[in-house]
Design a protein around this ligand. Structure first.
Ligand code: ADP
Ligand code: MG
Length: 242
């Protein structure tokens, strides 16, 4: 912090502002920014970061900060929505990040380098229907099914490949509610233990794809910041294998 004697509080504030602006610029050029989403991805990425010698100073579950410093001056974490992580990395606002394969397939991973399956946040993309709904019969009849999902592109491709006629309804959360409330005949959603489906009397009937989280890297950053990024990526890769 630059502090000069005899400066008025207004001028000192101005100098502080200029200083943080310059430090921000320095971070963008020299530092590493990691985009993570709260919850499962953050929790499960932590041990991998630890293995790379990176320890976030705060927990996003309890802190309201969106930019979290780490034990390394040149590394910081930005907290983003799970679906926004690829966007931050694509545009270089973050150099690396972690994103579910579901998000990468649904929104496209254009311009992103995806060097590593982190084997975390593992689950399956499934079609589920209310217990007692005869899906096979409905499909054989050529019925048009209403399917609610957050994953419109994945669902469209899946049902097109099977030759099943569907009307897709885009939702942003709680897909399980849709069949119960009469909004849809089926849902496409992520399933890990099956507990949520069971609690809502739904059964998974088709497996679409296995999902896990991937490391995503900005292509320009990989070239320009290779000296800093490569050791971090290598340490994470070794930690995944353990
Ligand atoms: P959000 O609800 O904001 O999408 P989540 O933490 O539920 O955040 O999901 C973040 C990522 O974690 C998803 O993109 C997916 O890759 C993974 N995920 C979501 N649900 C599950 C689940 N039930 N089990 C394991 N991984 C999951
Ligand atoms: Mg969720």
């Amino acid at each position: 912090m630059i502090a000069l004697d005899g400066l008025s509080p207004r001028h000192q504030a101005l100098i502080n502002g200029i200083e943080s602006f310059l430090l921000l610029g320095k971070h963008v050029v020299d530092g590493i920014t990691i985009a993570l989403s709260k919850g499962r991805i953050f929790e499960e990425t932590l041990p991998l970061l630890t293995a790379a010698g990176i320890e976030p100073r705060e927990n996003p579950e309890t802190s309201r900060k969106l930019i979290i410093p780490t034990n390394r001056d040149d590394v910081r974490v930005v907290i983003v929505r799970a679906t926004d992580a690829p966007t931050y990395v694509q545009y270089g606002a973050a150099d690396v990040g972690v994103a579910g394969k579901d998000v990468l397939i649904e929104n496209g991973g254009d311009g992103l380098y995806q060097p590593l399956d982190l084997k975390i946040a593992q689950c399956r993309m499934m079609v589920a229907v209310p217990a007692g709904f005869d899906y096979g019969h409905a499909v054989r009849q050529g019925a048009r099914l209403r399917v609610a999902t957050k994953y419109i592109n994945i669902a469209r491709e899946h049902f097109a490949a099977k030759g099943v006629h569907v009307d897709l309804i885009k939702l942003y959360g709680s897909m399980e509610l849709a069949p119960l409330a009469g909004l849809a005949d089926a849902i496409v959603d992520l399933v890990s233990t099956g507990g949520t489906l069971k609690a809502n009397r739904l059964v998974a009937i088709e497996h679409i794809v296995d999902i896990s989280a991937r490391l995503i890297v900005n292509q320009a950053a990989l070239k320009l910041k290779r000296e800093k990024l490569a050791p971090i990526m290598d340490a994470i890769a070794r930690a995944v294998g353990r």
